[in-house]
Design a protein around this ligand. Structure first.
Ligand code: CO
Ligand code: ZN
Length: 328
């Protein structure tokens, strides 16, 4: 694992709709390996590797946006109220920190409540950025922020904010770097706004009009205390999606990924995700329909400042995709 690269990817600011900084970081990583690089109107970074005459068009997508917070109101004492960008749970916020695009740091706190045994709602939380009033508050209504959560490795385990889905971006970068001559046209899409509307992948897939689309994203696991019953565990290989809240994976893609995992001699798991979805659910619906599926990196504590993945799962995801592309 290239921890220096993963640190850069996870720590760069990029909540949904504000992907400029992370896009420039990714662009710098891809240029040397691309036949073509472009940015679509909604901000997706599209990297093309040209195949041979008569090859297929295959789209690989990882979203570069992350969940975040957005300031909704600054009170007379300078405290900042906020709403969510994407799936932000109050229990993952309190006691944590958020950082705005200009570097402003806020402590996330909760109001005093009569009954502190219940879970607070987002409206009961606020940010203290060190201001004393509206006038000296550096945060304005509409400013976006992200969780603070540095990357650290503990053995093979990696802990950071935004592994959803910068780990997918990392996997795509590795596949791009290691991909030899290919019979197919491969489009590496670093999509925008996955966490709110899937807008980036949906529109980019429409333009590319691929024969097949594969999202690379995280999925949750069933291996933590009182987790949902789910047959996906950290460190037991990439998960091949069968079904989630938004789609049934196309059998063509699902079976291709299974065949690729076997060819690569990689461990793998079959994923049925009860809550949540990915770019694949939107990409399958463009034009007349695109056979779509998903290769998932198992992750604990998804949408918290301390998401956790296993380095072996990451490296095996790269190997499975490299094995899948020539089989498509
Ligand atoms: Co997510
Ligand atoms: Zn994701």
């Amino acid at each position: 694992m290239n921890l220096e690269l993963l640190t850069k990817l996870t720590q760069t600011f990029g909540p949904s709709g504000y992907e400029e900084e992370i896009r420039e970081v990714l662009r710098a990583e891809v240029v040397a390996f691309a036949d073509e690089v472009r940015v679509d109107p909604l901000g997706s970074l599209v990297v093309r590797r040209r195949g041979k005459e008569g090859g297929k068009k295959i789209l690989l997508a990882a979203h570069m946006d992350e969940i975040g917070l957005m300031a909704t109101y600054v009170d007379e004492k300078g405290f900042v109220r906020f709403t969510s960008i994407g799936g932000v749970r109050p229990t993952n916020c309190v006691g944590g920190r958020a950082r705005f695009a200009d570097g402003t740091l806020g402590a996330i706190a909760v109001e005093w409540r009569e009954d502190a045994t219940t879970t607070p709602a987002l409206e009961h939380l606020y940010l203290d950025v060190g201001a004393t009033g509206r006038e000296d508050c550096p945060v304005k209504v509409g400013d976006p922020a992200v969780f603070v959560g540095p990357l650290e490795a503990r053995g093979r385990r990696l802990i950071s904010k935004a592994l959803d889905d910068r780990i997918g971006c990392y996997v795509l970068l590795e596949v791009l770097r290691q991909l030899p001559e290919t019979p197919h046209d491969i489009y590496f899409v670093f999509s925008t706004q996955e966490e709110i509307t899937l807008a980036g992948a949906r529109t980019t897939a429409f333009r590319i009009d691929p024969d097949m689309a594969i999202a690379v994203d995280v999925t949750v696991t069933g291996d933590t205390p009182k987790s949902l019953p789910m047959d996906v565990a950290l460190g037991k290989g990439p998960a091949i999606k069968v079904k989630d809240r938004g789609m049934i994976a196309h059998p063509l893609v699902r079976d291709l990924l299974v065949a690729a995992a076997e060819k690569a001699a990689s461990p793998y798991q079959m994923e049925i995700l009860l809550y949540g979805s990915t770019d694949a659910s939107a990409m399958q619906l463009v034009r007349a329909g695109v056979p779509s599926g998903c290769l998932s990196v198992p992750s604990r504590f998804v949408h918290s400042p301390s998401e956790m993945v296993d380095g072996d799962d990451v490296e095996n995801s790269v190997r499975v995709l490299l094995a899948a592309l020539p089989l498509a």
